[in-house]
Design a protein around this ligand. Structure first.
Ligand code: GSH
Length: 123
């Protein structure tokens, strides 16, 4: 039963990914200098995610539209990234944005919060 639920969930997740790819439109455009500056800032960011999670797709879509090439770290069962997420953030829930600043690490959960943070900072 659990296997069937996971199968349906993954199938839906991949349908959402396909719809996102078809409808996502264009990326935000910046001057090459500004984009380079932002890319540099984004080296301190990483997104813990599952490929077929709808909340992760929603977050990746916002990152794409804002033209934010943030490193994505898949966190399936048994992976090192999952352990990092659990030990660093305190729970295995994705998406989670890891932000490193001045040697301190912040773990931001909740897709809506992550998107509104990125929009405020980079729009
Ligand atoms: N309200 C959260 C929901 C996130 C959520 O439910 N993520 C699921 C994957 S779709 C999760 O991490 N579940 C934990 C697990 O599968 O171990 C958000 O918007 O980010």
């Amino acid at each position: 039963m659990k296997l069937l639920i996971n199968l349906i969930r993954n199938l839906l997740g991949y349908i959402i990914i396909a719809v996102d790819l078809i409808t996502r439109g264009s990326k935000k455009k910046r001057t090459p200098e500004k984009q380079q500056e932002i890319n540099q800032e984004l080296k301190d960011f990483s997104l813990y995610q599952f490929a077929a999670c709808p909340f992760c797709t929603k977050t990746r879509r916002a990152m794409y539209k804002l033209n934010l090439p943030i490193e994505k770290r898949n966190a399936p069962e048994g992976s090192a990234h999952r352990t990092e997420l659990l030990e660093g953030g305190g729970k295995v829930k994705v998406p989670c944005l890891r932000i490193e600043k001045d040697g301190k690490v912040e773990w931001m959960y909740e897709s809506s919060q992550i998107i509104s943070y990125l929009e405020k900072r980079f729009a």
